[in-house]
Design a protein around this ligand. Structure first.
Ligand SMILES: Cc1cc2nc3c(=O)[nH]c(=O)nc-3n(C[C@H](O)[C@H](O)[C@H](O)COP(=O)(O)O)c2cc1C
Length: 161
């Protein structure tokens, strides 16, 4: 089975998580598709899709929203899993961010939807991002909070479809 993990990443963590998922999908032929490099990949070349975007200020990356809106018909015809990367700690808000990140019809068809945590990488942030995160997270040190158990859940639910 040919699986496409289609993602977008600003500071690199969603890309890292996409690679972690790819490594765990042992029974698939996996292609990693970065929407920053390829805005309209040929979806017909794949049998299943996993989509991932980071959350900034409560919202997914616009390129992922655009991609989903353009391709919802094709994406919902085949096995599909969705994930977001973010540092929100409140479980209800994590679920809100996840639900808000993808169009409703795409969400409904997904066999797995997971909040996979994230990282604060200060060397990748611009001046304003550093200011915001220092204030909100009360730290100026890098933090890694990738939820490997949720990655395993996504992979397991996706492989059971
Ligand atoms: C300026 C800024 C705003 C952020 N806002 C949110 C947010 O609203 N919710 C959330 O869950 N995470 C938020 N995050 C955390 C990012 O989603 C996290 O750093 C993620 O790992 C980034 O993924 P990327 O490296 O693929 O871009 C924010 C991070 C920054 C730097």
């Amino acid at each position: 089975m040919k699986t496409a993990i289609i993602y977008i990443s600003k500071h690199g963590t969603t890309e890292k998580v996409a690679r972690m998922i790819a490594e765990k999908l042992s029974d698939s032929h996996v292609s990693l598709v970065d929407l920053n490099d390829n805005k309209m990949p040929d979806l017909t070349a794949f049998d299943a899709y996993i989509l991932g975007t980071p959350i900034y200020a409560g919202n997914p990356q616009k390129a992922m929203q655009h991609f989903c809106n353009k391709n919802a018909d094709v994406l919902t015809q085949k096995p599909l899993a969705l994930f977001v990367c973010g540092m929100e700690e409140n479980g209800d808000k994590q679920q809100q961010e996840l639900a808000n990140a993808f169009p409703e019809n795409v969400c409904q068809k997904a066999v797995s939807k997971q909040f996979l945590g994230g990282e604060f990488l200060f060397e990748k942030m611009n001046f304003f991002e550093k200011m915001i995160i220092k204030k909100i997270a009360k730290t100026d040190k890098n933090v890694s909070a990738i939820k490997e158990e949720n990655i395993d859940k996504l992979v397991s639910e996706f492989q059971q479809k």
